[in-house]
Each structure stands twice: as C-alpha cells, then as structure tokens.
Write a protein that binds this ligand. Structure first.
Ligand code: SF4
Length: 108
C-alpha cells in the first residue's frame, strides 16, 4: 500500500505595483524572486512552487512588508495535463467608450 501526495506545492503571484523594493523575498527564495537594479522584485517562473520549496517561498510571502506576494492556492496538476479552468473576471466597461455617448449627450 502506498500513500499518494495530495498536494504538489502551491501557486503564488507577485503584485509588482505593491512591491516597494525591500528585497526580502529574494533573500529567502532567490530561485523565485529576482531583483532589478533598484531592488524591485520580479517573479521567476510562472508562480508554481513545488512542495520542496514551500517553506522558503512562504517565508518570503510572510516577510514581504507590503504583502506584494499573494498566495493563489495549492498546486494540483490535473491527471490529464489539462490546466484547471480559472475564474474569469468580466471585463470592466470602459466609461470613455462610445457606448456611453447617450449618457454624455444628455444635456439640457
Ligand atoms: S519582499 Fe515584497 S516589497 Fe520586498 S522586493 Fe520582495 S515583493 Fe518587493
């Protein structure tokens, strides 16, 4: 009888608009975060983190002073190799589009 691993790691995302260039992430998990000349981080790879690197990446996530590293859930590759469908956000309506002409044209 053999036990099968339930999770294959985790997935993360880096919000570069929040990053303030403290460099903590690259210190903890240099394989997943690279810093530019000003110390701002970029994610190395696609955000998939195997189980063996979980601790280092979670330490980076928790020590980021501005919470720019976001936990996206556990990584569970599907058996058939087809990626899991992600929730799709509806596109925001563009307030400047021609579709709003009637609103802007309403002048007394
Ligand atoms: S620890 Fe956070 S703020 Fe610092 S470089 Fe990494 S992502 Fe940016």
């Amino acid at each position: 009888m053999s036990a099968r691993a339930i999770t294959k790691g985790l997935r993360i995302r880096l919000d570069r608009t929040l990053c303030d260039g403290f460099g903590v992430c690259a210190k903890h998990a240099p394989d997943y975060f690279s810093l530019d000349d000003w110390g701002y981080a970029s994610l190395v790879g696609d955000g998939t983190v195997p189980e063996k690197d979980r601790d280092a990446v979670m330490r980076a996530l928790m020590d980021c002073p501005v919470h720019a590293i976001i936990y996206m859930g556990e990584h569970r590759p599907s058996e058939d190799g087809v990626p899991h469908p992600e929730a799709h956000e509806a596109p925001e309506p563009d307030p400047n589009s021609d579709g709003n002409e009637a609103v802007w044209g309403f002048v007394r």
